[in-house]
Design a protein around this ligand. Structure first.
Ligand code: BES
Ligand code: ZN
Ligand code: ZN
Length: 499
């Protein structure tokens, strides 16, 4: 979507639709709503009086202006009650509004930025909401006969806040495009998103932005001693790739944030094969990897003043004739031996080696992001993702970043008592345990491979996918997590973790 910032009054601007947001029970109309109402001869206030427009959350009303205004349509969207207002409500309202405007056939929309959260943050939330809400994944479908799309957004900045609005637009656009980039990769069927395809996408990003990207092939992965990663990869015809993408925007001797992402391009479960019902969703088991890459991309586009490196082990988890068997023992890069009791707990195996590699590079702090356990959905539903950490300071920063992004994270405990559940009779550690808490067990497993480096593990399995169209979400991949990671990067650029 083409986005421009202008000055001026909304009733006078010319677009396919004007979007006007309204609080519930707000009494007499104020601000932009009052201006548009006056230009329409009191039509909006009449609809409010008659109870047709209530301003309820995400309620939309389409008005045809029939020549009274330069724009043929006004779309009113509800923001619910003023005292419950926040960025999430604004983002979702504008996502819903954008879809309604598109449905009405408008190809452009104009919105006046009212400084509800300050001009910059308001503009950012509007742009995020609209860009995320309009997302579609149609690459594999015949194009519709009539190609009309909402492709232009005009934001009107209040006097004196042009610059703040422009900054907000830029941050909003980059964050939402990063999310949609992740959605594209996660929605892509596994036959179009192999480990090689994922590596190619990372290389494209590097080329576009002048970043350094390394892609290590099987012989190099063998040489580095990544036996846990290779054990998972050995059941697939697709060669594994270790993707490493660097952005260096900070001081050369400054810290480098490490983002380690699970890049399983299809998770059949391996020999511990998954039930066929729903298995197709496992094409998205590389979301964490895509998020790590997308975050580096966004931070580079934003010219953030920090160093950040994404490390993404990419492979399929398949039950081929040479697949690893339950009971096999593999050795990770740091020498730890692992008894593989369930080949479907593969994410932690590939991440073990990637985390070792990240610590060898000296990355700190390290945040890993992964669709690691189905139990995450049992724990938090699709509302929040889980975090486990060895650094409460890092968790606080992640929590603040999620809040700023309008995403929700919740910490799960790594109590010492869980550790012994991973004791193995034949190796240093096993990859699963009975007795519940499988999300935490997954986190504990990963903790073994980060040493003393401040680290957090984000299990995004709960929020990865939406099965309905709702607010900023459409059906399919959600891309949730990437805007939190971008906000974390920006926050660390301003104030390193040690402060
Ligand atoms: N990729 C899955 C986790 C997953 C499940 C993500 C559903 C998104 C939706 C992961 O590799 C897996 O299979 N985990 C197992 C772990 C178990 C064997 C300890 C699980 O959660 O069942
Ligand atoms: Zn699995
Ligand atoms: Zn998996």
């Amino acid at each position: 979507m083409q986005i421009s910032t202008q000055s001026g009054h909304l009733p006078e601007s010319s677009a396919g639709a004007l979007v006007v947001a309204l609080f519930e029970d707000s009494g007499a109309l104020e601000g932009v709503a009052a201006d548009v109402d006056a230009a329409l001869g009191g039509m909006i206030s009449q609809l409010v009086r008659e109870g047709e427009v209530k301003g309820k959350r995400n309620e939309t009303t389409l008005i045809h202006t029939l020549g009274r205004l330069p724009s043929p349509r006004v779309l009113i969207v509800g923001l619910a009650k003023r005292d419950a207002f926040d960025g999430r409500i604004l983002r979702n309202a504008f996502a819903v509004a954008a879809r309604q405007v598109r449905r009405a056939g408008a190809e452009s929309a104009a919105v006046a930025v009212e400084p509800l959260l300050g001009a910059g943050r308001t503009a950012q939330a509007i742009v995020e909401g609209m860009t995320l809400g309009l997302y579609t994944f149609t690459r594999h479908k015949k194009p519709p006969e009539e190609e009309r799309d909402l492709h232009e957004l005009i934001l009107l900045a209040p006097d004196g806040s042009q610059e703040a609005v422009e900054d907000g637009v830029e941050r909003g656009r980059i964050g939402a495009e990063a999310t949609n980039w992740v959605r594209d990769l996660s929605n892509e069927p596994a036959n179009f998103m192999t480990p090689s395809d994922l590596a190619e996408r990372a290389q494209q990003v590097a080329e576009e932005l002048g970043l350094e990207c390394e892609v290590f092939e099987r012989p190099e992965i063998e040489e580095m001693g990544m036996g846990a990663f290779l054990g998972v990869a050995q059941g697939s015809r697709q060669p594994p790739k270790l993707i490493v993408l660097h952005y260096r925007g900070g001081a050369p001797d400054g810290p480098t944030l490490g983002l380690v992402g699970k890049g399983i391009t299809f998770d059949s479960g391996g020999i511990s094969i998954k039930p066929s019902q729903g298995m197709q969703e496992m094409k998205s088991d590389m979301t964490g990897g895509a998020e790590a890459i997308a975050t580096v991309r966004a931070l580079a586009q934003l010219k953030a003043k920090l160093n950040v490196t994404a490390v993404v082990p990419a492979t399929e988890n398949m039950p081929g004739g040479s697949a690893q068997r339950p009971g096999d023992v593999v050795q990770a890069m740091n020498g730890t031996t692992i008894e593989v009791l369930n080949t479907d707990a593969e994410g932690r195996l590939i991440l073990a080696d990637a985390l070792c590699y990240a610590t060898r590079l000296g990355l700190s702090p390290i945040v890993d992001v992964a669709t690691l356990t189905g139990a995450m959905t049992v724990t938090l539903g699709n509302v929040a993702f889980g975090a486990m950490t060895n650094s409460e300071g890092l968790y606080r920063r992640i929590n603040e970043a999620a809040e700023a992004a309008g995403e929700r994270v919740w910490e799960l405990p790594l109590f010492e008592e869980y550790r012994e559940k991973l004791d193995s009779d034949v190796a240093d550690i096993k990859n699963i345990s009975g007795g519940g808490a499988s999300t935490i067990i997954g986190g504990f497993f990963l903790k073994e491979f980060v040493g003393d480096v401040p680290w957090a593990h984000l299990d995004i399995a709960s929020v990865d996918h939406s099965d309905e169209v709702k607010g900023i979400f459409v059906k399919g991949a959600s891309g949730t997590g990437v805007r939190t990671l971008i906000a974390l990067g920006l926050s660390l650029a301003e104030r390193p973790l040690s402060d």
